[in-house]
Every structure is written in C-alpha cells, then in structure tokens.
Write a protein that binds this ligand. Sequence first.
Ligand SMILES: Cc1cc2nc3c(=O)[nH]c(=O)nc-3n(C[C@H](O)[C@H](O)[C@H](O)COP(=O)(O)OP(=O)(O)OC[C@H]3O[C@@H](n4cnc5c(N)ncnc54)[C@H](O)[C@@H]3O)c2cc1C
Length: 544
Amino acid sequence: MDKVVIVGSGIAGLSCAIRCAGAGMHVVLVSPFPSERSQSVMAAGGINAVTSDHESGDSVSSHIEDTLKGGCYLAGRMAVSGLCSHAEDIIRYLEGIGTVFSVDEKGRPMRRAFGGQSFKRTYYCGSGTGKIIVSALVMEARRLEAAGLITRMLWQHFHSALIHEGVCRGVLLFDDRTGNLHPIYADAVVMATGGQNALFGKTTGSTQCDGYAAGMLFMQGAQLKNLEFIQYHPTTIETPQKRMLISEAVRGEGGRLFYQEDGKRVYFMEDKYGEKGNLMTRDVISREMESTGRDIFLDVSFLDKATIDNRLGEVRDLCMKYAHLDICRDPIPVAPSVHFFMGGLAVHLNHETNLRNLFAVGECASMYHGANRLGGNSLLAAIYSGNVAADEISGRASDENTHDFTLEIEKKKEALARMFDSQSRFPSLYIRNMLSDTMRKNLGIVREESSLRHGIEELEYYISIADQIRYDSSVNPYDNYSLTGILALARATLECALERKESRGSHYRSDYPETDSTQSFASLVSYDGGKYTVCPDKECFYES
Ligand SMILES: Cc1cc2nc3c(=O)[nH]c(=O)nc-3n(C[C@H](O)[C@H](O)[C@H](O)COP(=O)(O)OP(=O)(O)OC[C@H]3O[C@@H](n4cnc5c(N)ncnc54)[C@H](O)[C@@H]3O)c2cc1C
C-alpha cells in the first residue's frame, strides 16, 4: 500500500506512523492536539518486558502466563505470546531512539513489579515513562516528517470513515480552526484514538479520550468487543479537574493499603492475600476496597527519602500539590476510579477490524488484556499493536478505489450545518453530564441486572433526544456533534455488561458472583439501524 492515514498521535499512533514511514509509505498523522498532550504522556509507572538480563527465574513464558491469568483467560494466547515475545525488541528500539530507562549505580536496568506480575519486569524512566517515550517517538516522527514521509496535521477531529461495501477508503475530518469537514482518501486507515474515559466524566485519563471515534465506527458497521471490562484503578485521589492517579509504582516500591479500626491500622489486603496482597491485580484490590465500606489509605512513609525522591518524585509532588500531603510522613487517602478500557474496536490478530483496510491499535482496540489489564502492559501493547498493523499494511497491495463519496460528504456537511444552527431544547453539555452520571451509577465496580437495565433505559432516552441537541457555543463544535457516537458506545457498553451473566476480572455482577467456565469467550457487539446485538466471539473460545 502507498498511503495510510492514522487518526490519533499518542504512543500507538506514533509507533504505527514511524513503522509505516520506515517501510516507505506516505503517512498522514492526524489529531486535535500535539502528541505531547496525548494521554500517553500521563503514563508514569512503566512498560513491561522480559529482557535477556532478566531477573532470575523470569522468562517470556512467565510474562505470557501472568498476562493471560491477569486477564482471566479472555485474551488469546497467540496474541499475548506475540506481545510478550516482542517486548525486548521494543525496549531495545526505544533505547535506540533515545529513551533513557532508569539504571542503578552500576548502570544496570532498574525494574519494578506491578500487580499480578511474578517478577520485577517493569522498566521505567524515573516517574515520567510516558513523557520520555513520547518525546523519543516524536523526534523519530519529526525526522521522517523532514524526509517527506510523514505529514502531520493538527487541530483535526475524526468525523466518520469513508466506507463503501465494507471497505474503508479514507476518513472525513473536522478541522477545528475552519469548522469545515474535509476528506482524506487513503489505502488504509488506522484508528489510534485511545480509551473512552469521557463516558464517565472524571477519571484518571484524558478528556481527549471520549470514545467518539469507536462509537461512530460502530454505527458505521465496525464491531466492538469486551466493552464490559472497565478497569477501576484502586489508588486515585480527587482533585477539582479529574481523578489523579497514584501510580501502582507506589505499591510496587512497597506501599501498603490499610484502613483504621479502633485506633489501629488494618492491612486488609495483606491479611487476606499475604505478602503480595498490595500487589494483587487492580480488579481484585478495587473490589476489596469497595467491600470494606471504609476510607482507605496508602502508606509509603516507612520508605527512605531517597527512594521516594528518586522513584516516586512525581507522586510526592502531586500529593503535595493536590492534597497538601507529604507522603514521606502522611498516608494518602485513596479510592478506586475508572482508569483503562480493556474493550474497544474488535480486531483480528493483524489489527484489522471487520471492515477491510480499517485498523485499530493502542487502547481503542481490544486484544491483549482480556478481562483485566496488568500495569505496564498497555504501553507495550500500544507500541506492539502499532507495529503489527504497520507491517500488515505495508506488506499489502492497494485495493482499487473507484467509489465517489462526493454525495455522502455533501449530506454530512449539510447535517453538520443544520446542527450548528440548531436552537432545539437540549444543550449537548446537559446530555453529556447526565450520561456520565448514568455510567458511573450503573457501571461501577459491582453491577447487577436491575441497575444495568435502568442505565439502558436512561441511555434510550438520551439517544431519543440526541437529534434535538441545541448547539452549545460554549464548547468546541466537536463536543456537540460527537454526542451521537458517544451515546451509541455507552449503550453498547451497558448491553455487553447486561449480557455477561458471570463475574470475571473487572466485570463483577452481584447477581452472578461466580466465574462461569462456559462463558470463557469475548463478547462482540454490533449495531444495525439502532439495534444492538451482543454475541459470543465464536472464533475465540479461550482456555480457562
Ligand atoms: C494516569 C495514567 C497513567 C498510566 N500509566 C501507565 C503505565 O505506567 N504503564 C502502562 O503500560 N500504561 C499506563 N497507562 C495507560 C496508557 O497510558 C494508555 O493505555 C496508552 O498510553 C494509550 O496510548 P494510545 O496511543 O492508544 O492512546 P492515547 O495516548 O490516549 O492517544 C490517543 C490519541 O487520539 C487522539 N484522539 C482521540 N479522539 C480523537 C478524535 N475523535 N479524533 C482525532 N483524534 C482523536 C488524541 O488526541 C490522541 O492523540 C496509564 C494511563 C493513565 C490515564
């Protein structure tokens, strides 16, 4: 293929762009904001890899087993094996382009353990892993841009894909500066638009990750997978703008969770799960925290100051800034919050969706994490998936593209113009706020049939009034037109959660508290003219 358009320029989009350009393709990389403002820069904890100088006893197969087990056996072994066995190459590549991982005084790589890991295999760069990886990838992308292989376009929001007879031919973009829609035709389109945080209002993630692109593609015929699996990160703190993440690195360095009872500390995770209690997987810890019904604290005050300064400096600064706490002395009050989405666009092993020439990579695709993601595996998956898609695209011949999209594009422009003039009853921001209330209330750490049905009823109402949106000039035009896709995604998520009548990983149903081995399959959801159909992914019945 000759030309690819990549939507989203976080770590996944950048990785895919660099690899495609390296193979000689022309890449158009679009996003509303620079890569340096993508959610990827927030990643603080690290990236997993078993390298040849691994910790004694560790192995790639142990990384594979931990990932499969952590995901409650809902990720395919073949995909996870590919991910883990390429991790060392990815670390070496990142080092080669200027990522400086933390080393000890002898120059040996430092690694920490994240939850659900049998060994210490999380590489990190102080407390700014995401930032440092993004800046190394951006430098590479700039080099290829200077060589004319990458064209970078900022201030561009995805509007919809140009699809004819099940084949994707390009994208329609909304230019934030001019307010116009314009097409980009390409041999392949790669979506790298991140997670779906904005469905839930305040989360640990970026509001740029609103799920609109996945929702719109869903309405255009792309299937979504495993949406019910939403990761609540156990340790976050409330701030006026968002839930601030207290990285798992804190527990990786020895941090202990406790609550107070009769003037004494109860280390509830250690009491129940022993020595590794504070490093159980995120789904387990979040559920245990919620079930105590108490205020939970995280303590690192017993660590020496040098460890806190060198390895947890960013956490120390953010606790001081937002909670006025000195973590060298005070325990941190923490609570679970929405953090990561294991579900997303359904893709084959080569990262192509069910629509030909439409690919999805990074957090917007569902592939490696099953029912629960292990910390440090997401950055790895973002880079690996970008590489896999790039290799597939660059090795494929271009399809002939003869279809004329002019009429379709004109109709979409007219619909958008009508919306911008709309004086209807419901301001889009009002619906967005109601939506996040609905999602938080009904798709919490613990779910049950009645609340899920209630959530679906509320969503049906929001969808029914979505064509009466009043254009809200106080927000970006994109925030007005994106509502329809976001509502469709939200409804699909509730439908998937209702359909999975068992508890597994991050999906806990109080009315079906056990894991049902007959349900060891991913769920697929499709959309047809307002009808949502959830069915097991027949191709993928996983081991348990
Ligand atoms: C606070 C925090 C800490 C984390 N720490 C770690 C960690 O230590 N280790 C780890 O492995 N993982 C971590 N994660 C998860 C990890 O950072 C993400 O899963 C990963 O960075 C996702 O990369 P991505 O490229 O898929 O998406 P993103 O980095 O989210 O990039 C998405 C891109 O798509 C663009 N975009 C979005 N919507 C549209 C649209 N409609 N039109 C056009 N463009 C659009 C955005 O502007 C952006 O450029 C953390 C996440 C958070 C929130």
